[in-house]
Structure formats: structure tokens, C-alpha cells
Design a protein around this ligand. Structure first.
Ligand SMILES: Nc1nc2c(c(=O)[nH]1)N[C@H]1C(S)=C(S)[C@@H](COP(=O)(O)OP(=O)(O)OC[C@H]3O[C@@H](n4cnc5c(N)ncnc54)[C@H](O)[C@@H]3O)O[C@H]1N2
Ligand code: MOO
Length: 393
């Protein structure tokens, strides 16, 4: 079976999934999620001309005063009357400008006595000073947040000011993680010489932290066809099912047959990449199935290149694939074999230097890495200092 190029596998996976249908999301819960339609203002902000300072609303033509104070305008309690020549209204930041007044004098610039104010400082300097005009932030109907935006706390504040209490956003992808392997024990449990702590599920679930999704760890399933098939059959209501391990060709690598026995189908298997060759993609019911290799480094790299993009895509992200960037090589590199190499490396000041071990099981080395150098299959040897393509982690 020929190996599928990475970009083709990514394209096929993204085509297998769609952004999920919208649900109504309270804006306090919307950060980190993507908009799939434009969000327009339902109100004008500010709704009226407001004072930007604590002071007195006056008519600029009356400068330099003095003025008789006829009332007060506070935020949430506007002055009902009109300011006539020689009159001022006590005003606070965020309060509506009273009719007739056109300028605010800050309180530091005046002296107040017996209901009158006198200018004792520099004064406002110009007509219209210290006023936030109605609509100066945005106007009703204006598009504020375009489709495809990842909502930040800044967008949440904007949406709230624009009159939204909830937004229609794609519902959260539900992801099930299944660890396959008779040798696996839960992290922290006693571990015999033929056992290994199951690190992939905690790694994957923490890679998904920060993405809008719901993750359920279905635990460890032994390498036994019946058990694996049963575990897959029991998966319900998930959008993505991810397994790790059992993806390769050994007699105990049973994810493919179990997926088929559970009623699922395989779309493709084996990618032209290192690490991560044995990746399986398919379907199980309405869910997309992703079988990642068991080796922790292979599982990490394939999750970065395939799982995270699908989750982003389902959650409405218009650019779900990892961003490529440029760097210089910090060391000479050998020619690349028949698979694209995703070399684990440390990026410092624009220089990417491979970590000491590129073994697919070398987790200590993986933890030193903060980028992947992508080297295309068949590339020749490279010298230190040459340009390289990287993905930051
Ligand atoms: N004859 C061949 N052998 C292998 C091939 C091949 O093409 N021909 N491919 C190799 C490649 S490449 C990879 S990658 C591995 C992946 O194999 P599997 O996906 O079947 O993974 P396992 O065999 O189940 O496990 C591999 C390794 O990872 C450990 N593991 C498994 N699950 C976890 C987990 N949840 N947490 C931590 N570590 C885990 C497992 O104990 C093994 O040591 O196959 C090569 N073989
Ligand atoms: O693809 Mo495996 O991940 O080379 O070790």
C-alpha cells in the first residue's frame, strides 16, 4: 500500500467533517470559539453624547464663566432640563450630556462655592472637549466581528456592548479517547517490567485544552479484538473517536479489524511521514475515527497535524491547519528518506536545532522540543544555517 502524503491526508480528513451546527452560547462561555457568521451591532455605542470626565457641562460660548450650577447628570441618571447661557450642570464620567451644553470642564479646573463655579484652571481649551460622541465606538447594524473570528475576551466585551447576551456558534465537538494496549497502566499506578504508564490519553486531552471541545477519556482497552470491538461499539454521541496504539501491522495491532467489526469503515491508512506512518482514518457511525500510533512521539505529532485541525474545523475555524513558519537550521541534517520528516527541535532566536533523540518513543527529548522542522521526503542533506520550514508547538 502506498503512503498518503500529509497534505492529502489532511485535506481528506477535513472534507470528511463539517463545522458543527450552531447552538446558542452565553457570551461568558463563548471565548475561544469561532464565529461562523458576521456579528453586527444591535445598538449604537455610546447611545448618546457622554461626558468623558468628572466635571461640569457648560456652553463653550460662556467661557470663562462664572456659571450657576442648575443640576446634575450622573451615569444612569441623566439631567432632564436644558442648560441656558450662564448655567452649568454637574456631570460625571459616562453621564449623558444635557441639552444646551456643548463642552465639559474638568472639576480640577474650577472652584465651587454657593452653587456657582468659577474657572481657576486652564479650562477646556476648545469647544466640545471631553465628550464621547454618540456612535463614536460603533453604530447599530455595523458588522463588528466577522465570520471566522476566534473570540477573545476583547470580542466578548464588544459583543456585550453591542447588545448580545448569547451568540449562535458551532456546538462543541465531543471527542472520545481510547487507549489500546495490554501493557498500559493508568499514570501513577504500579508498573511492572512489561508494562508502561498510559501517557497518550493525558497528553491528548491536555493538547485539546484551550480548544473549544468536550473530551471524554474512555480508558485503557486491552489488545483483544472482542474487547476493542466492544469498546468501539459502546461509543455514543461523539463527533471524533481517537484511539492510540494498535495501528500498525503486528498481530496485536487490532484497531483496524476492531473498527470494521464494530461497523465502522476505514478511509485511509498509513501516511508518508515520520513519525506517525500507521495513522488510520475512518468513520464509526456519525463519528470520524482517528487511529493514532501508540508511540508517544508519533501520537503527539499526528495529533498536532490531524486531530487538532479536525477539532478546529468542526468548531468553525477557517484556518484549521498548523501554521508554517521560517527558521534557520541550528545543525547539519542528513538526507531525508521516503517519508516527510517532522524533526523535533528547539527554537531559539529563529534557529531550530534538533533535540538529541528522534526516536518515536523518546518522550524526554520530545519535552525539550518546541517546534517541528518539516523536511520533505527525498530532500538532500542540509547545512547548519540553511533556511527551514517549521511548525511551532
Ligand atoms: N513490522 C513493522 N513494525 C512496525 C511498523 C511497521 O511499519 N512495520 N511501524 C512502526 C511504527 S512507524 C510505529 S509508529 C509503531 C506504532 O505502532 P502501533 O500504533 O501499533 O502502536 P503499539 O504497537 O500499540 O505501541 C507502540 C509503542 O507505544 C507504546 N504505547 C502504546 N500506547 C500507549 C499509550 N497510551 N501511552 C504510552 N505509550 C503507549 C507501546 O507500549 C509501544 O511501546 O509501530 C512500529 N512497528
Ligand atoms: O511512524 Mo513511527 O511513528 O516512525 O515511529
Amino acid at each position: 500500500m502506498s503512503l498518503l502524503p500529509v497534505a492529502e491526508a489532511q485535506g481528506r480528513l477535513l472534507a470528511m467533517a463539517q463545522p458543527l451546527p450552531d447552538e446558542s452560547v452565553a457570551i461568558a462561555q463563548a471565548a475561544g470559539r469561532w464565529t461562523t457568521s458576521d456579528i453586527a451591532a444591535r445598538r449604537t455605542q455610546p447611545a448618546s453624547d457622554l461626558s468623558a470626565m468628572d466635571g461640569y457641562a457648560i456652553r463653550y460660548a460662556d467661557m470663562p464663566g462664572p456659571w450657576r450650577v442648575i443640576g446634575e447628570s450622573a451615569a444612569g441618571a441623566a439631567f432632564g432640563g436644558e442648560v441656558k447661557p450662564g448655567e452649568a450642570v454637574r456631570i460625571y464620567t459616562g453621564a449623558v450630556m444635557p441639552d444646551g451644553a456643548d463642552t465639559v470642564i474638568v472639576q480640577e479646573d474650577i472652584t465651587s462655592a454657593d452653587g456657582r463655579i468659577t474657572l481657576t484652571g486652564d479650562g477646556p481649551g476648545a469647544l466640545g472637549k471631553h465628550i464621547r460622541r454618540a456612535g463614536s465606538d460603533f453604530r447599530e447594524g455595523q458588522t463588528l466581528i466577522p465570520a471566522g473570528t476566534a473570540l477573545t475576551p476583547r470580542h466578548i466585551a464588544l459583543a456585550a456592548l453591542a447588545g448580545w447576551g448569547a451568540l449562535a456558534l458551532p456546538r462543541l465537538p465531543r471527542i472520545a479517547i481510547l487507549s489500546s494496549g495490554a501493557e498500559l497502566v493508568p499514570p501513577g499506578a504500579a508498573c511492572g517490567p512489561d508494562q508502561i504508564p498510559a501517557s497518550n490519553s493525558v497528553m491528548l486531552s491536555t493538547m485539546l485544552v484551550g480548544l473549544p471541545c468536550v473530551v471524554e477519556d474512555l480508558g485503557i482497552i486491552t489488545d483483544e479484538l472482542g474487547a476493542l470491538t466492544q469498546a468501539m461499539r459502546s461509543v455514543r454521541d461523539h463527533d471524533i473517536i481517537v484511539s492510540t496504539g494498535g495501528a500498525s501491522v503486528g498481530d496485536h495491532d487490532l484497531v483496524k479489524p476492531a473498527l470494521e467489526a464494530a461497523g465502522g469503515s476505514i478511509d485511509f491508512w498509513k501516511i508518508r511521514m515520520r513519525p506517525g506512518k500507521p495513522l488510520i482514518a475512518g468513520r464509526l457511525g456519525d463519528a470520524l475515527f482517528l487511529g493514532l500510533p501508540g508511540n508517544p512521539v508519533s501520537a503527539y505529532v499526528t495529533a498536532h497535524l490531524f486531530l487538532l485541525p479536525i477539532v478546529r474545523h468542526m468548531a468553525g475555524c477557517p484556518t484549521p491547519l498548523p501554521q508554517m513558519a521560517g527558521a534557520r537550521l541550528g545543525a547539519a541534517m542528513p538526507p531525508v528518506g521516503g517519508r516527510d520528516d517532522y524533526v523535533r527541535a528547539e527554537l531559539t532566536d529563529g534557529v531550530a536545532t534538533p533535540v538529541v533523540s528522534q526516536d518515536s518513543a523518546a518522550t524526554f527529548a520530545l519535552a525539550q522540543a518546541n517546534c517541528l522542522i518539516r523536511r520533505a521526503a527525498g530532500s538532500g542533506a542540509a547545512r547548519a544555517g540553511e533556511d527551514a520550514e517549521i511548525i511551532t508547538l
